[in-house]
Write a new protein. Structure first.
Length: 158
């Protein structure tokens, strides 16, 4: 039977971490994999594999031909396959700017077909930053006297 995989994306690390921590707490035996890209300009990517209580693996990943997305994909798949046999759930904590679609597509390969099963892609939102994030910082359309509720910003006009 294949192991379920959840991708957690989002612009804010604190929001993603809260979601990942909750998944790890709520699903005993689950494992999370995260690639830290803070030092990517120096050619360094740090991989952290953890469960609810401890770091299971910490390692440096070599930047593959200058492409961050390729580096994460090429290192992530072997990590997920490696932990699939013992994990009840695999959680991928994506870096701020990593597009979940490319990672989801990478999981749909022959090597992982019978081992991994993508079950969910979540986007973690930071409540305080959400109005700015969804308007890409352009708040000029908002009346100065009162903020527009989020529902009116995303609902179609009647």
């Amino acid at each position: 039977m294949s192991t379920p995989v959840v991708l957690v994306a989002g612009l804010h690390a604190s929001a993603r971490t809260a979601v990942v921590d909750r998944l790890l707490r709520d699903h005993p035996g689950s494992v999370a994999v995260h690639h830290d890209l803070r030092e990517v300009t120096a050619g360094r990517v740090e991989r952290v594999v953890r469960d609810v209580s401890t770091v299971l693996d910490l390692g440096d990943v070599r930047l593959a031909h200058g492409c961050v997305t390729c580096t994460v994909r090429e290192d992530l798949l072997p990590q997920l396959v490696r932990h699939a046999a013992t994990a009840s759930l695999l959680v991928v904590d994506l870096w701020d700017s990593v597009e979940p679609r490319s990672v989801a597509e990478a999981l749909d390969c022959e090597e992982a077909h019978d081992i991994l099963r993508l079950t969910c892609v979540l986007t973690a939102l930071h409540a305080e930053h959400m109005p700015v994030d969804i308007t890409r910082g352009d708040l000029s359309a908002r009346p100065a006297s009162r903020p527009r509720p989020v529902t009116s910003a995303i609902s179609p006009k009647s």
